[in-house]
Design a protein around this ligand. Structure first.
Ligand code: F6R
Length: 612
């Protein structure tokens, strides 16, 4: 949610900043801007639209400077426009600021400053903050970093910010509260960004800022202070764990497609060193020391948002079956604002690809306050969820750039499978059943490959249904969350309205929508739900719905009743949800391409939702 990128060094910073904005564009892409310091003065260029628009404008009116800040925006306060784009400047035109997050008390700040004669040009909360800094700086005799800190002390809300002031040239100040920031430490140069992706090609040495920390960079180097504890903190650099290739599209037309294809090995990476098909066990090092507390919990909450919440629903089915512990799955945004029954006998599992989703983090913090044991399942190493939970499991899916989550989802589900296998084997799952389960999981990559090889046949289904305005997705048991996730994937990237339902619930309402124009995707694995799903398909057929069946075994009945069949390899029934999810990702992808949609940057969306 908004991308922040900054450079401090000796080079012309424009190429780095523009390239960095492109890398961070997945976080927000409605406008972009850049401000550069040169010879003690600051110039800025801002433009509504994507980074390409900003680059065009920069070609028309170039600016140069070796200290620079740049931003790509996902609008919260004020429409996407040149004026509302960051960086924002104060009334003197000497202080510039980029911001990710929300200043909740911005209208009070604006009111106070307006009475003092400040005028505001944009509708943003950020302009209130930069002028508050200015008000303090030019009145109180503080140096720039002290003024920034004093202003931040008056702010209610969340922020990752970077600011500079032409009255103190050669200084860059950045701070974090609720929105991530990473400092890259190069040779005689520094980089600050919302994540490490723009930094990795320049240095692998980074410092992840913790909550309440402020960095000052000047000719002498960098220093980090904890604003909370009022002390200087010495932090060692850590190494970025991914390579440049992992954040490049390579030969794929879209990141989303690349990430769908990567599932052949990302699911394996999630299991690497954790599963043993020979004795049918799983081993999760990150939670091992807390396993007895987890297994003896009275209840488990799984909290997450969006796709991660869907993974959580699959987790509920699995954990209740294998651990016999009641599991509640809650949207983090609901959990954080109600009174859930959470105590020291509760385990709260937060699932998040980015590890920075504001609601998920807040839910985890609340659970901690209530004395629960918190467990993180997340993809981004060193992220806030990873750092703030008591223990956790990384999904190891590698960087996910496409805004629509794909490989991160199947890796989250894989972790939940591993967790349930652990629970099961520690309880009463026999070694023979464990072996079957583990072997099916272990071999999943080759089955994903089979699905990808059949992508063209899914494209044909997409071609036949591309004109539809609505889709319905139906599934039972473990495949109900898959239906929800299939529908979410379709709506976010193709803008086709879609709903996921438990198959039997259809007749309690949604059936009214079915006519000959409505494609209905039916998840029909050959398991104990098969006959029931078949009956639901009959009900759809009787209303002339267009039936797209996803199955691991064609039967004469299915062939007769279905308009289209998407085949999934036949394996252990528990593995079907992962495989069918891959098919539904491809279906959504093909439909969106056929409709000429922006696959990696769908309208209105952003990855990593760091505002609530
Ligand atoms: C959908 C999608 C979102 C995220 C949600 C949570 O494709 O990506 O629904 O799943 O914003 O994000 P994380 O998992 O980063 O907490």
């Amino acid at each position: 949610m908004c991308g922040i990128i900054s450079y401090y060094g000796k080079r012309d910073s424009v190429p780095f900043l523009i390239n960095g904005l492109r890398r961070l564009e997945y976080r927000g892409y409605d406008s972009a801007g850049i401000a550069l310091m040169k010879d003690g003065s600051i110039e800025a260029v801002k433009k509504a639209g994507k980074v390409d628009e900003l680059e065009k404008k920069l070609k028309e009116s170039p600016i140069k400077g070796s200290i620079g800040i740049a931003h790509t925006r996902w609008a919260t306060h004020g429409e996407p426009s040149d004026i509302n784009a960051h960086p924002h400047k104060d009334k003197t035109g000497k202080i510039f600021l980029i911001h990710n997050g929300i200043i909740e008390n911005y209208s009070t700040i604006k009111e106070v400053l307006t009475r003092k004669g400040f005028q505001f040009k944009s509708q943003t909360d950020t302009e209130a903050l930069v002028n508050l800094i200015s008000d303090i700086y030019y009145a109180d005799g503080l140096n720039f970093e002290q003024a920034v800190e004093a202003a931040l002390n008056q702010v209610v809300g969340t922020y990752g910010i970077v600011a500079f002031c032409s009255d103190e040239p050669n200084k860059l100040v950045a701070a974090r509260h609720g929105s991530p920031l990473v400092l890259g430490v190069g040779k005689d140069e520094y980089f600050i960004a919302s994540d490490a992706s723009p930094i990795v090609e320049h240095t692998r040495n980074v410092i992840y800022l913790d909550e309440g920390e402020i960095i000052t960079i000047n000719e002498k180097g960098h220093s980090i202070r904890s604003m909370k504890d009022d002390v200087i903190v010495n932090k060692e650099t850590t190494e970025i764990e991914f390579s440049i290739e992992e954040i490049e599209k390579g030969e794929f037309p879209h990141f989303m497609l690349k990430e769908i294809y990567e599932q052949v090995f990302t699911i394996k990476d999630t299991m690497r060193g954790r599963i043993n098909p020979i004795d049918g066990t799983a081993h999760l090092g990150g939670i091992e020391h807390q396993m007895s507390r987890i297994q003896n919990a009275h209840r488990i909450y799984i909290t997450a948002c969006g796709t991660s919440w869907h993974a959580g629903l699959i987790g509920k089915y699995l954990i209740e079956e294998y651990a016999g512990i009641p599991v509640h799955v809650e949207y983090a945004s609901e959990f954080r604002y109600r009174k859930p029954i959470v105590d020291s006998n509760t385990v709260v599992i937060g699932i998040s690809q980015s590890g920075e989703t504001a609601d998920t983090l807040a839910a985890i913090r609340k659970a901690k306050d209530f004395g629960a044991l918190t467990v993180g399942i997340c993809n981004v190493v060193g992220s806030s969820v990873a750092r703030e939970t008591d223990c956790g499991i990384y999904t190891h899916a590698g960087p996910e750039i496409g805004v629509a989550s794909t490989k991160a989802f199947t890796s989250q589900v894989t972790v939940l499978f591993l967790l349930s296998l652990c629970f099961g084997r520690n309880k009463n799952l026999s070694s023979q059943t464990g072996k079957k389960y583990a072997t099916a999981l272990f071999n999943i990559g080759e089955h994903v490959k089979t699905i990808l090889d059949g992508s063209d046949s899914i494209l044909e289904v997409a071609k036949s249904t591309v004109k539809a305005d609505n889709f319905l997705y139906l599934g039972r048991g473990l495949n109900f969350p898959v239906a929800l996730e299939g529908a979410l994937k379709l709506k976010e990237i193709s803008y086709i309205h879609a709903e996921g339902y438990p198959a039997a619930e259809m007749k309690h309402g949604p059936i009214a929508l079915i006519d000959e124009k409505m494609p209905v995707v039916c998840l029909a694995p050959h398991d104990k739900t098969f006959q029931k799903v078949l009956s639901n398909i009959q009900e759809v057929k009787a209303r002339k719905g267009v039936i797209i069946t996803v199955t691991d075994k064609r039967t004469p009945e299915l062939e007769k009743i279905s308009d289209y069949i998407i085949d999934v390899p036949s394996t252990h029934p528990k593995v079907f949800p992962i495989l069918s999810s891959v098919s539904l990702q491809l279906l959504a992808y093909h439909l969106a391409v056929l409709r000429d949609c922006d696959i990696d940057q769908p309208r209105n969306l952003a990855k990593s939702v760091t505002v609530e």
